[in-house]
Ligand binder design. Structure first.
Ligand code: PBG
Length: 327
């Protein structure tokens, strides 16, 4: 047999499972994952979202089915999204202590599933009739500071309902500072904020907007969400959120933005979260349904790539289905 002189042979560390397990640099764990849950007004709803196979809208009376499955998979962290009965110009359901869909869901979960850690998405696009993430001017511009005032009301309302962590996703200037101020003034010093600090105006959110019926009635979100072409701007956004008191920095979407995840990881010491968004989920599901890819292998590889890029935490619709096999 021909052999060449070669002191360095990387294949030596790939020869079998023992050595591969021993030298693996990155690990995906159940504890890294957060499962999104969609909660709808109404009763007896268990509706699969057509563009997100395997993901359902539940009403409060059917929610336990999903929560049981989540617990059985060994997961303990969820992020909630609400579909309110009525939408209006300012999204009043979002700060309705008694009737708000999220407030009711949080109370339900904290009462019946005290072992679950409940994160709420804090934004207005699911609650406004125009589908934008805050208060609009007559010309249809998103008004920043009036939106902040409403965000403070939503924040306190979620805090009073018993949420464990709040995750503002509106990309409104000053949102973290305004929320931190409201929380501290209300005595909620210990409630952490996971900021969607770096959120791009992305076509990958398409299926989610179906799921919560939040596609903007007119215009788009480019006047507040970031331009996918910009990477340096991500550092500015993240730095502002750190100054304003964010506890965790999120990058969203994840897969097409791994460079951003890596740069946030390299430049800041806070925990970094990546949101593996709806479109990233649906692409895998659609290709797998045609037999073009191996769903589990592909999903796991993608999540691992987010960890490798530097994410400590991953929000993913795959969480429930993959967690069972993870350490
Ligand atoms: C806003 C929000 C969105 C998502 C999470 N929070 C939608 C948007 O900004 O349009 C998208 C998540 C996904 O696509 O999975 N409340």
């Amino acid at each position: 047999m021909t052999s060449f002189e070669m002191p360095r042979r990387p294949r030596r560390l790939r020869a079998n499972g023992h050595i591969r397990d021993l030298v693996r640099e990155t690990h995906l764990r159940r504890d890294d994952l957060i499962m999104p849950v969609f909660i709808s007004h109404g009763t007896n709803i268990h509706r699969e979202i057509p563009s997100m196979p395997g993901i359902f809208q539940h009403s409060l009376d059917t929610l336990d089915r999903e929560l049981d499955a989540i617990c059985q998979a060994g997961l303990s962290r969820v992020i909630l999204f609400g579909i309110p009965q009525a939408k209006d110009a300012v999204g009043s359901d979002a700060f309705d202590d008694q009737g708000g869909i999220i407030q009711r869901a949080v109370r339900h979960i904290k009462t019946h599933y005290p072992q679950l850690y409940v994160i709420t998405d804090v934004c207005f696009c699911e609650y406004t009739d125009h589908g934008h993430c805050g208060v609009l001017s007559e010309e249809g511009r998103l008004l920043n500071d009036p939106t902040l005032a409403n965000l403070q009301r939503q924040t306190l309302s979620h805090a009073r309902a018993g949420a464990d962590m709040l995750a503002p996703s509106g990309m409104i200037d000053g949102m973290i500072g305004a929320m931190r101020q409201a929380l501290d003034a209300g005595g909620h010093h210990d409630l952490p904020l996971m900021s969607y600090a770096v959120k791009y105006a992305s076509a990958f959110y398409g299926p989610f907007r179906d799921a919560v019926d939040s596609a903007p009635q007119s215009g788009d979100r480019r006047a507040y969400q970031m331009d996918p072409a910009n990477a340096r701007e991500a550092l500015i956004e993240a730095a502002l959120d750190v100054e304003e008191g964010a506890d965790i920095l999120m990058v969203k979407p994840a897969l097409a933005y791994l460079d951003i995840v890596a740069s946030i990881r390299a430049n800041f010491d806070l925990p970094v979260a990546a949101y593996n968004v709806s479109g990233e989920y649906s692409m895998v599901k659609a290709a797998a349904a045609r037999g073009w890819v191996d769903e589990r292998a592909l999903a796991t590889e993608k999540l691992l790539s987010m960890k490798r890029a530097g994410a400590d935490i991953i929000i993913t619709y795959f969480a429930r289905d993959l967690a069972g096999e993870l350490p």
